[in-house]
Write a new protein. Structure first.
Length: 91
C-alpha cells in the first residue's frame, strides 16, 4: 500500500490505482468534467512525488500545453499512482 495525500487527507491505496478512482471512492475535492483529458476540470497540482505518477500521455500533454500550466500540474483523470504522492486541487 502507498499513501496519497489529497488536500491534507491521507488515503492508503494499492500501487497502480488511478487518481480518478481514488477521487471517486474517497470523496475528495477534485472535480471531474469529461474524464477523458479534454476539459482540464480535474487539474491537480503535485506538491511532492511527481515521479510517482504515470507519465502524461499525448492527450493529457495536449491539454496541459493548451492551458499553459506549470510542470507540476496534472489531470487527475489521466494519472496513475505508482508511489507516495501529495497533491492539491489546482487553482
Amino acid at each position: 500500500m502507498i499513501t496519497v495525500n489529497i488536500a491534507g487527507r491521507k488515503i492508503e491505496v494499492a500501487t497502480g490505482t488511478t487518481m480518478q478512482h481514488i477521487c471517486d471512492e474517497h470523496d475528495t475535492p477534485v472535480t471531474f468534467g469529461c474524464r477523458a483529458a479534454r476539459c482540464g476540470a480535474c487539474m491537480i497540482k503535485v506538491m511532492s512525488g511527481a515521479d510517482n505518477l504515470s507519465p502524461a500521455g499525448p492527450d493529457e500533454r495536449a491539454v496541459l500545453d493548451v492551458l499553459a500550466l506549470s510542470p507540476d500540474c496534472r489531470l487527475a483523470c489521466q494519472a496513475t499512482v505508482l508511489g507516495t504522492v501529495t497533491i492539491e486541487v489546482a487553482d
